[in-house]
Design a protein around this ligand. Sequence first.
Ligand code: G1P
Length: 294
Amino acid sequence: MKIRTAVIPVAGKGTRFLPATKQTPKELIPILKKPMIHYAVEEAVLSGIEQIVFVTSSGKTAIEDYFDRNLELESFLRNAGKSELADQMKELGTMIEVTSVRQKEQLGLGHAINCAKDLIKDEAFAVILGDDLVLNTKPVTKQLIEVSEANEGSSVIGVMEVPSEETYRYGIIEGKPHDNDPKTYLMSKMIEKPKPEDAPTNLATPGRYILRQEIFKYLDQIPRGVGGEYQLTDAINAMAAEMNVHAHIFEGDRFDTGSLEGYLNATVEFAMRDPAIKETMIKICKEKLNAYSN
Ligand code: G1P
């Protein structure tokens, strides 16, 4: 079955980016000229997704507005002779269908995804966590959709190898690799944020999932888990006990833009990858290095 919908949770307060996030949703903080959430939605569009469900909270309506048309701005730009920019704004406002649902209490990622239940109906769907950006010619969500299609529409968790001292920051999977595809695992277990000594592997998810709609049954059943929150990981673990769930080591460069260091790294890297500003970026970096190294 075609994966048409991606759920993107955006209800978080973004406290790590205060005061910038006091009035502006964290997801709208830009990396170069695009807000962070734009990259996640672009990944969805390039993966063939047709609808985004944002799981929001109060103070986040600017995210939906961002993906809507702004006719006043478009006509202002056209009247000012900036038709190319007006076309870009029109394209942005029509790039994908957006709906949203409120998460009224912040009770964890599992709870956030469960809020989208009534909008998903009976279909498998993707989950994209916008704090983690993954760049690749074939978007990571598309890679996971293909693995799902090759495995009778199973749920698929995108994973990457992390240093073992970092397992406590992620959902970690355990499983057996396929004989004919060593990057795809049949998952036996998923554990939320284990200490290195308790982690079965160092295969971690940075927040990319294809989930069959049965996940909602498990989300309804799980108790509160790590941190007192309803963990998506626990529901996936329960699902893996009853049906095939795969994990796939995806291709791509991942940036953890939820931290200041990761955000800086992504900003510099994205500038380096943009032919229009690469030379300027190199010049600035060289000048700063000269000025500040002793
Ligand atoms: C969530 C998930 C975790 C995943 C992580 C990726 O945790 O619960 O399994 O590895 O996102 O960023 P959070 O970072 O929201 O605590």
